[in-house]
Ligand binder design. Structure first.
Ligand code: 5AD
Ligand code: SF4
Length: 351
């Protein structure tokens, strides 16, 4: 078996291709991890370089009309204090982040109908008066809404598929469908967004083969960004008693994604840092990741955006956080990108 995965990893490094069966085999081989991570790190260096792109994340509303089984923001969770920021407050936070040197602002929220297309377009236009990329992460919308945000200047959109397994998707997302999720991703691509997607690793009943199919899906749709993180059970959700995702498995998925989508942007996600405080982010950056998102939401609200418990929090103000992370990244031999950090995958497609 050993010779088998060794050959597969070497081949994937050259061809950026593996079958579902091969991905499944590597995911299950704990002893493949060292070699896999090394291969992914080499591909990362060769294809996207040493630069790490920092994103300033604004969580502007934790209100959500959805009821995803795993998420603390689900509408049935009545024990969470809800908040939303006024338009001016969102724009002010963005401006502060821009002053601190962030070149991408990520606007994230639950699916909050108060922020309709007009309101979002206005926020986007005001932020786009500055030289900065705007990424949205606000859920499933109509094509017309996606078009309106794009016209207002939005550059990128994050919408994780979460899992491509139809049965599991339907079970975990009451009232939602996998086909509608895919429709959203297709529309976003067609409208010229840089599109980010991704999965949760270690969901109840999720198999390695399902994860392998997720990875093939990211490739098929030409994803520009892929966010991955382990499942972390939340006490106020129906999945409170389930086992959480495995950190090392998540790292192997990340490394495989780098091998199969060599030019994509891959964040070292907060869920990785939460599961392995002090080192999760660094380990992800050494296994293929090249992006870090830092929370620039006002501190009094940060604790309320509880997708999962213990969510690693940015501790200080945007400037201090930025300086700290730059120091840590330099110690790893990496640099901080000075551009907006468009994905190389996306740039290739524009040619
Ligand atoms: N564990 C891990 N990730 C989660 N997310 C939501 N809840 C959890 C959880 N309990 C992720 C989803 C969502 C992203 C914003 O956070 O993948 O798309
Ligand atoms: Fe809402 Fe997103 Fe949480 Fe689902 S994952 S409940 S859509 S915030």
């Amino acid at each position: 078996m050993k010779a088998n995965w060794q050959e597969m990893i070497i081949r994937a490094q050259k061809t950026s291709d593996l079958s579902i069966e091969e991905i499944t085999a590597i995911l299950g081989a704990e002893d493949a991890q060292g070699m896999l991570i090394q291969a992914a790190d080499e591909v990362r260096r060769k294809c996207v370089g040493e630069e790490i792109h920092l994103r300033g994340l604004i969580e502007f509303s934790n209100r959500c009309r959805r009821n995803c089984f795993y998420c603390g923001l689900r509408c049935d969770n009545r024990s969470l204090e809800r908040y939303y920021l006024a338009e001016d407050a969102v724009v002010d936070l963005a401006k502060e982040a821009i002053r601190c040197g962030y070149r991408t602002i990520v606007l994230q929220s639950g699916e909050d109908l108060y922020f309709d297309a007009d309101r979002m377009a206005s926020i986007i236009r005001r932020i786009k008066e500055h030289e900065v990329a705007v990424t949205l992460s606000i859920g499933e919308k109509t094509r017309e809404e996606y078009e309106a945000y794009r016209k207002a200047g939005a550059d990128r959109y994050l919408l994780r598929i979460e899992t491509t397994d139809e049965k599991l998707y339907t079970k975990l997302h009451p009232g939602q469908s996998l086909s509608e999720r895919k429709r959203c991703l297709r529309d976003l691509k067609e409208l010229g967004y840089e599109v980010g997607t991704g999965s949760i690793i270690g969901l109840p009943d999720q198999t390695d083969e399902m994860i392998a199919r997720d990875i093939r899906f990211f490739r098929e749709i030409g994803a520009d960004m892929i966010g991955l993180g382990p499942f972390i059970p939340h006490g106020d959700t129906p999945l409170r008693d389930e086992a959480g995702g495995d950190f090392d498995k998540s790292l192997r998925v990340l490394a495989l994604v780098r091998l199969l989508l060599p030019y994509a942007n891959i964040p070292a996600t907060t869920a990785m840092e939460t599961l392995r405080p002090q080192e999760g982010r660094r380990l992800a950056l050494s296994a293929g990741a090249n992006v870090v998102m830092l929370n620039v939401t006002s501190r009094d609200r940060r604790g309320l955006y509880q997708l999962y418990p213990g969510k690693a929090k940015a501790k200080d103000d945007p400037m201090t956080d930025r300086i700290q992370i730059e120091t840590a990244l330099r110690a790893m031999g990496r640099t901080v990108g000075m551009t907006c950090g468009n994905s190389k995958a996306w740039q290739e497609n524009q040619k």
